[in-house]
Write a protein that binds this ligand. Structure first.
Ligand SMILES: Nc1ncnc2c1ncn2[C@@H]1O[C@H](COP(=O)(O)OP(=O)(O)OP(=O)(O)O)[C@@H](O)[C@H]1O
Ligand SMILES: [Mg+2]
Length: 280
C-alpha cells in the first residue's frame, strides 16, 4: 500500500479525529535549475479556515500549490496529511486524499452543461446507463447547499455562464467530490464587483462547513475580506503566517515587498521570524 493509500485508509477507518492540522509542510524546498522557487517552507493549513497565500510575482505561490496538488514533488522536506507523511506522485494522489485545486482557467468544458461538468469522469450509472436524474438532483442540491442562486438551470451550458457562476460550478464540483482541502488560484481575478462578492461569500461558507481553503490572491481587499490567516511568501521563503486581525495592509505589503517587517504594530522591536504573530 502506498502512503497515500494508507492515509486515505486511516481517515476511512478512524475518521478525521486527529488534532493534527489537515495539511502540514515541513522544510519543503523546490528548485528549477538554479532558481530556488521554495526554500524550507513550514506551513500548517487547518480545516475550517481560509488561509490566504500572498506574495509578489515569482514569490513561489504557484509552485507551493502545485507541490501540494501533486504536480511537483518537493526536492526536500515533508508533506503531512492529517499528521501522516505522504508522498504524492501526481495529481491523482492529491485527489485521492481530498485535495482539489481550482486553477485560474478552471478546467471546465464550455460545451457541456453544469451537470456534465460536475460529474465529468465520475458519471453515475444505473443499469449500464447514465443516471441523469440522480446526477441532476445532486448537482442542484450541492449548488443550493452553497446558496448559489443565480444559476437558472443545471442543464445550462457552462460556456453561457458568467465568470462568478463558473467559479461557483467549479467549487460545487469540488464539494461534491468530498474535497477536504480546496485550493483556489486567483478566484476573483476576472470577476466584477458583484461576482467577486458572491465568490468570496462562497469561500467563507465552505470554510464554515469544515473544509480547509487556500486562496491565492493579488487583491488585498479580497484577502482581508475572506481570509482567517495570511501567509506571505517572499523569494520562495515563508516570511509570515498571521491571523488576519493581527496585521494591517501596510504590514502585509511590507512583508510582500521586503520579506520582513521593520516596525511591528503594537510591538517594540523590529525584525520578525517566519510564522510570527500567531500559531502557524
Ligand atoms: N516550471 C518552471 N520552470 C522553471 N522555473 C520556474 C517554473 N515554475 C516556476 N519557476 C520559477 O520559480 C519562481 C516562483 O514562481 P511561481 O510561479 O511559483 O511564482 P508565483 O508566486 O506564483 O508568481 P505570480 O504571482 O507571478 O504567479 C519564479 O522565479 C519562476 O520563474
Ligand atoms: Mg503564480
Amino acid at each position: 500500500m502506498s502512503d497515500v493509500q494508507e492515509a486515505v485508509a486511516a481517515v476511512e477507518s478512524d475518521g478525521p479525529t486527529a488534532p493534527a492540522p489537515l495539511l502540514s509542510l515541513r522544510g519543503v524546498s523546490k528548485s528549477f535549475g538554479p532558481v530556488r522557487a521554495l526554500t524550507k517552507v513550514d506551513l500548517d493549513v487547518p480545516a475550517g479556515q481560509v488561509t490566504a497565500l500572498a506574495g509578489d510575482n515569482g514569490a513561489g505561490k504557484s509552485t507551493l500549490i502545485k507541490t501540494v496538488s501533486g504536480l511537483w514533488e518537493p526536492d526536500e522536506g515533508d508533506i503531512l496529511w492529517d499528521g501522516r507523511h505522504v508522498r504524492m506522485h501526481g495529481p491523482r494522489d492529491a485527489e485521492a486524499l481530498g485535495i482539489t485545486t481550482i486553477y485560474q482557467d478552471l478546467a471546465l468544458c464550455d460545451n457541456l452543461d453544469i451537470v456534465q461538468n460536475m460529474f465529468l469522469g465520475h458519471e453515475r450509472l444505473r443499469r449500464g446507463l447514465l443516471d441523469e436524474g440522480s446526477m441532476e438532483r445532486s448537482a442542484r442540491e450541492t449548488l443550493e447547499s452553497l446558496h448559489v442562486t443565480t444559476v437558472r438551470s443545471v442543464r445550462q451550458q457552462v460556456g453561457s455562464l458568467s465568470g462568478g457562476q463558473r467559479q461557483s460550478v467549479a467549487v460545487a464540483k469540488a464539494v461534491m467530490s468530498r474535497s477536504r482541502l480546496l485550493i483556489m488560484d486567483e478566484p476573483t481575478a476576472a470577476l466584477g464587483v458583484a461576482q467577486t462578492t458572491m465568490v468570496l461569500e462562497l469561500i467563507t461558507r465552505l470554510a464554515r462547513q469544515g473544509i480547509g481553503v487556500i486562496v491565492i490572491s493579488h487583491n488585498l481587499n479580497d484577502v482581508f475580506e475572506v481570509a482567517d490567516r495570511i501567509a506571505v511568501l517572499y523569494l520562495g521563503g515563508l516570511v509570515a503566517v498571521v491571523p488576519k486581525e493581527e496585521f494591517d495592509r501596510a504590514s502585509i505589503v511590507e512583508y510582500m515587498t521586503t520579506g520582513t517587517l521593520e516596525r511591528q504594530p503594537g510591538r517594540e522591536t523590529g525584525g520578525t521570524p517566519a510564522n510570527a504573530g500567531g500559531r502557524n
